[in-house]
Write a protein that binds this ligand. Sequence first.
Ligand SMILES: Cc1ncc(COP(=O)(O)O)c(C=O)c1O
Length: 371
Amino acid sequence: MHLSPFKLERFFAKYEFKAPYLLCTSDCESLSFEELINLDKSYYERIKKFSLGYVNTDGQEELKKEIAGLYTSIGPENIIVTNGAEEAIYLFMNVALNKGDHIIVQYPFYQSLGEIAKHLGANISFWEIEKRDRWELNISYLRENIRDETEVIVMNMPHNPTGYITDKKIFSEITDIARERNILLINDEVYRGLEFNSEDRLPNICDSYDNGVSIGGLSKAYGLAGLRIGWIASQNKNIINEINHYKDFTTICNSGISELLAIFALRHRDYLLRRSLGIINENIKILNDFFTRFSGIFGYFQPKGGTVAFPELKTGQDIEEFCIDLVNKTGVLLLPGNYYDYDNRHFRIGFGRRNMPEALNVFENYIKTII
Ligand SMILES: Cc1ncc(COP(=O)(O)O)c(C=O)c1O
């Protein structure tokens, strides 16, 4: 089966570098190269001398050590560094799934978390987060839908597009269910570190369960999407070894200089996360206020973390038509929920960028013209 087009990416390809107000992006404000290398005076000298050859397929040892520092049960040997989290997802699905396998995916999902499985001929169950429960996951659904051939359960928390994070008790129940059946449990954790209340931060899945697989990366919480550095971490050495072999056929290795910059970034991870949290904490107040003032038009739950929320347009207008009219008239880009194969009322709004208040202001002026 062919891979279907990545709808969200195709939508972005049309507008991302044209629309002046990107009000639906999921990354945090990017750092400049200068900001990053100025974090320590030795960095520029290291970059100047760095050899621009191939690096290790699984990532340079120094980088894997920095990444391992994010976890409690993971060593460098349990990590493969990838070209963005996107490659990590692609590699994982390809080594974990065969035709006829079954996979349960938290829904709505970032398309690659389900699409690659479909392409591989796996059967997918859509584990829908319940809007009436403020986007909570339904454990009964999980119990009832596990089959003998279920190989993988997929979560993404903090979640794109709702910003939802499950309750810790439910998280631990999910882990227990996967453990009882020895099922691979993957959590896409690229927004981890961006919880509004640090108490909501979940344990890394790779630390919680020996068949847990954490997907991480620098694109979102660390504001370094252009480095294209992601990773996969698991105590399950078979999965890690197989992914390493598979990577020889995708990218062979990552950009060495990006890996060097990633090493610098992770040495200052607390600073970078504080920087991103500073931006989203400011922006979320403005966003909450906006949705309170326009509660007649929009339904909205404040996200618990991450950089995006998934409000509903209550006027009955088709969401894609609404978003296209908005971007054409004002240059403000929102992402219609149908790009998640969800419905034609919800849309994704992002608050990770510094110009969010300005973009929201332009959006507000548009809203006032239609009510
Ligand atoms: C949940 C999720 N996983 C993975 C990715 C891909 O991240 P990267 O840019 O590191 O490839 C994204 C990007 O939007 C995402 O939202």
